[in-house]
Ligand binder design. Structure first.
Ligand code: FES
Length: 149
């Protein structure tokens, strides 16, 4: 990658958020999401651009992003699955889903704490989108529909 430029749409959104949020630092997560949604991961070049926009060190973005499992620092062709491992999902057989997902080599799998969708457990996020009330058959159907991912 030779460079990264925030789109006009993203810059407009940043301006809007700057007026609404109490500090520039509060825009850290929205900007990280913009980059990841744009590239599929957080590139060094994009984070340097983000640091210029917020006038903060690049290390700030790394320190925040590295705290969360949903941010990625490497580009991957694999489908990114965050499988909840907390109580409601565990009680509803998320371990069975985990064993199934481990067998697939087209998936980058991360087990995460509660994603806030306990009432529809077991669940996971696939490329950031929630899929709920899962069983192996339903999960297999979802993963087979590459256009919907
Ligand atoms: S326990 Fe899985 S979403 Fe809350």
């Amino acid at each position: 990658m030779s460079g990264y430029t925030f789109s006009a749409e993203n810059l407009k959104e940043i301006d809007k958020l700057l007026k609404r949020y109490p500090s520039k630092e509060a825009l850290t997560l929205p900007i990280l999401w913009m980059v990841q949604n744009d590239l599929g991961y957080l590139s060094n070049i994009a984070l340097r651009e983000a640091s210029k926009i917020l006038d903060m060190p690049t290390s700030h973005f790394y320190s925040v992003a590295s705290f969360y499992t949903m941010f990625k620092f490497k580009k991957s062709e694999k489908v990114f699955v965050e499988l909840c491992k907390s109580l409601s999902c565990e009680l509803n057989n998320s371990d069975e889903l985990y064993e199934y997902l481990k067998t697939r080599d087209d998936i980058e799998l991360v087990r995460v704490e509660c994603l806030g969708s306990c009432g529809s457990s077991p669940m996971c996020a696939i490329n950031g989108k929630y899929h709920e009330n899962l069983n192996i058959k339903k999960l297999d159907t979802i993963l087979g529909d590459k256009d919907a991912l």
